[in-house]
Structures are given as structure tokens and as C-alpha cells.
Write a protein that binds this ligand. Structure first.
Ligand code: HEM
Ligand code: HEM
Length: 178
């Protein structure tokens, strides 16, 4: 398995991640039903983000947090959503790439997910006055990825709060049966 070395590698990683994320039973609806994402526009932008972070391309201009704030105004984003995002990202990186840049792809995602999650949690607590769990996100490592998606989901259920209610549970698992 090779490391991430080109813009095409970033594009492949991003495409593979979104193939799973869009149909994910925990966070898929946020991309499809809530954000109504235009993939033709979104995937190149996310690819530019990652080639900037990982390859120094400088093709991405900042402002990554704001769209998530808008999303959070529609559906409160919980720690469990970020934990699920991070687990999917980490597992997708591990399935496709191996090496120092791949490690950086996981490490930077971990930092950003934690930063976004903490900021949004603080905003939601101020808004709702709701006390929530705190602490670092703990992405499930790929060595544990043979747990079923359902098990992963149920372990996150406590973190997700009321947003998980109403998420259809009949959608096919993107992880397949294990
Ligand atoms: C080559 C090195 C790096 C590049 C090109 C890079 C690039 C970026 C970019 C483009 C963002 C999104 C910012 C935005 O648009 O809102 C970001 C966010 C972030 N980065 Fe990096 N990064 C690098 C290294 C690091 C390192 C070494 C750390 C920490 C040790 C780090 C921590 C973070 C955090 C915490 C965020 C989220 C900030 C927020 O709260 O919005 N990054 N980075
Ligand atoms: C619960 C987790 C997350 C969800 C549901 C989510 C969803 C989304 C959605 C729907 C958009 C598009 C918003 C719009 O265009 O209106 C977006 C944009 C973006 N997301 Fe996320 N995201 C999550 C976490 C993250 C994390 C952890 C990162 C970085 C490591 C990230 C990086 C980005 C970037 C770079 C953009 C493009 C921002 C721009 O320049 O417009 N996202 N995200």
C-alpha cells in the first residue's frame, strides 16, 4: 500500500470517504437531507482542502468552520456525529493508504474534528443551556473496525442525543455485514 503523494490520491481518498459518508446511517442524512450537498462542487473543494493540508498545494482558501456552523443551525451537531465522521475518515485512509502523509491525514482530521466539535458544543450549550458530556473524541481504530456498524452506532447513541431519533435504521450499512 502506498502513501498519499498526489492531488489524484487526495481526490481518490475524498471520493472513497464520501461514498461511505453519504450513505452512513449516523451522519449520511446531514449531507443529503439537511445540506443537500452538490457533490460536483463539494468534492473538488474538499480535495483542495486536503491537498493544501497534506501536500502544501495552497489551493484551498480558509473558512472551513463556517459551513458547519450553518449546518448546526439546522440540526444540532453532536460529539457523536464528529466521532462517527472521524472514524469513517480514519478507516477510509487506512484502507487506501499507508505512510507518514496518511498518518498526517488522520492526525489533522482528528485535530479539526475535535476543534469543530468543541466549538459547536460550546455554542449549543450556550444556546440550549444543556449540559453535555465533555472529553476528547475517541475514534474507533481500524483494528476494531470488524465490529459491525450497528455496534459502533449503538456505542455512539448516548453521545448523539435526540438528533439520532428519526434517523432511518433500515438503510443498508456502508460497512457491509461483518
Ligand atoms: C502543513 C501544515 C498544516 C496545514 C497546511 C494546515 C491547514 C489547515 C487548514 C486549511 C485548516 C482549516 C482552517 C479553516 O479554513 O477554517 C486547518 C484547521 C486546523 N488545523 Fe491545521 N494545518 C496544518 C498543520 C496543523 C498542525 C501542526 C496543527 C496542530 C498541531 C493543526 C491544527 C489545526 C486545527 C486545530 C484546526 C481547526 C481550527 C479551527 O478551530 O477552525 N494544523 N488547518
Ligand atoms: C459531523 C461531522 C461533519 C459533517 C456532518 C460535515 C458536513 C459538511 C457539509 C454538509 C459541508 C458543506 C456545507 C456547505 O457547503 O454548505 C461541509 C464542508 C466542509 N467540511 Fe465538513 N463536516 C463534518 C466534519 C468535518 C471535518 C472534521 C472536517 C475537516 C477535517 C471537515 C472539512 C470540511 C471542509 C474543508 C468543508 C468545505 C468548507 C468550504 O470551504 O466551504 N468537515 N462539511
Amino acid at each position: 500500500m502506498d502513501d498519499i503523494t498526489s492531488s489524484a490520491d487526495c481526490a481518490r481518498l475524498v471520493r472513497a470517504f464520501y461514498e461511505r459518508a453519504l450513505t452512513d446511517e449516523v451522519i449520511g442524512f446531514l449531507f443529503t437531507d439537511v445540506a443537500h450537498l452538490d457533490l460536483d462542487e463539494h468534492l473538488p473543494r474538499i480535495t483542495r482542502f486536503w491537498e493544501t493540508v497534506l501536500l502544501g498545494a495552497r489551493s484551498y482558501g480558509g473558512g472551513a468552520f463556517a459551513p458547519h456552523l450553518r449546518l448546526n443551525a439546522q440540526v444540532p451537531l453532536r460529539r457523536g456525529h464528529f466521532a462517527r465522521w472521524l472514524w469513517l475518515w480514519t478507516d477510509t485512509v487506512d484502507r487506501l493508504f499507508c505512510g507518514p502523509v496518511a498518518e498526517e491525514a488522520k492526525a489533522h482530521a482528528d485535530r479539526v474534528a475535535n476543534a469543530f466539535s468543541a466549538r459547536i458544543e460550546a455554542i449549543n450549550e450556550r444556546r440550549d443551556g444543556a449540559a453535555d458530556q465533555s472529553g476528547q473524541l475517541t475514534p474507533v481504530s481500524s483494528s476494531e473496525s470488524d465490529h459491525s456498524a450497528a455496534a459502533t452506532t449503538s456505542s455512539l447513541a448516548a453521545l448523539l442525543g435526540p438528533t439520532i431519533v428519526g434517523v432511518p435504521r433500515h438503510s443498508p450499512s456502508p460497512l457491509g455485514p461483518t
